[in-house]
Design a protein around this ligand. Structure first.
Ligand code: SAM
Length: 219
């Protein structure tokens, strides 16, 4: 927890309720210990989507489609979400949840490893939500940048590792050291890459919001 518990509870108390289907899928996911976005991350996503009105959204890491369905409720008519998941056990549950939510026309679930799936996708996504294995974000980076349209938004979740990101390498448990190193590389890339403007926010477990620069901004 990177934000004080009491403050987080207070912020949650201010949030308006989600739709019935989102509440139900969220309850089921938490009961089954499926990792889903935190409430405050959901609120941030909704605001960004309402502000930017993207037409083509890509999500890396579907789990049971909680965040995909939540995002789908904030879209303009005609907008679509492509979401990628590799964990076979979660895929039928995600498909069933998309059906329950009546979002089959809007959400396309692609099964497979994100690295392989992204290699076959065409550029032009105006919103990408990265929420898969944290240690792999840096490996996804080149493809994500290729797929993101100029002026498009990249949101990456869980980037501050419950605060561990500020610890020196030796103070992190051995098991988490590789992720720690790769996440630091990823944050450095997001904040120093000439194609992006990035804010790192202590929201939920840490979220970055990046905008891909337009060509003329770089000249
Ligand atoms: N976005 C979801 C939500 O909030 O409802 C939660 C996603 S969960 C944190 C991360 C998901 O990414 C897991 O279900 C995991 O199986 C999937 N994942 C991890 N690495 C992946 C990869 N290389 N390709 C595709 N999916 C991956």
């Amino acid at each position: 927890m990177i934000v004080n518990d009491r403050l987080t509870s207070y912020l949650h108390s201010l949030d308006s309720r989600e739709s019935e289907i989102i509440e139900a899928i969220g309850r089921e996911a938490r009961a089954d210990r499926v990792p889903i976005i935190r409430q405050e991350t959901g609120s941030l996503l909704k605001v960004l989507l309402k502000m930017n009105k993207p037409q083509r959204i890509l999500e890396i890491g579907t789990a049971v489609a909680y965040s995909a369905i939540l995002m789908s409720e904030c879209l303009e008519p005609g907008a679509t979400i492509t979401t990628v998941e590799k964990y076979e056990k979660r895929i039928p549950i995600a498909r069933e949840n998309i059906r329950r939510a009546g979002k089959e026309d809007c959400i396309t679930l692609i099964e497979g490893d994100a690295l392989e799936v992204m290699a076959g996708l065409e550029p032009g996504y105006d919103f990408i939500f990265m929420d898969a294995a944290k240690g792999q974000y840096i490996h996804f980076f080149d493809d994500v940048l290729r797929l993101l349209a100029e002026g498009g938004i990249l949101v990456s979740d869980n980037v501050l590792q419950d605060g561990d990101i500020i610890e020196p390498h030796y103070a992190v448990t051995r098991r988490n050291r590789t992720i720690h190193k790769r996440m630091r590389e990823y944050l450095y890339e997001l904040t120093h890459n000439e194609n992006l403007t990035t804010a790192v926010l202590p929201v939920g477990d840490g979220v970055t919001v990046s905008v891909k620069k337009e060509q003329q901004e770089k000249e």
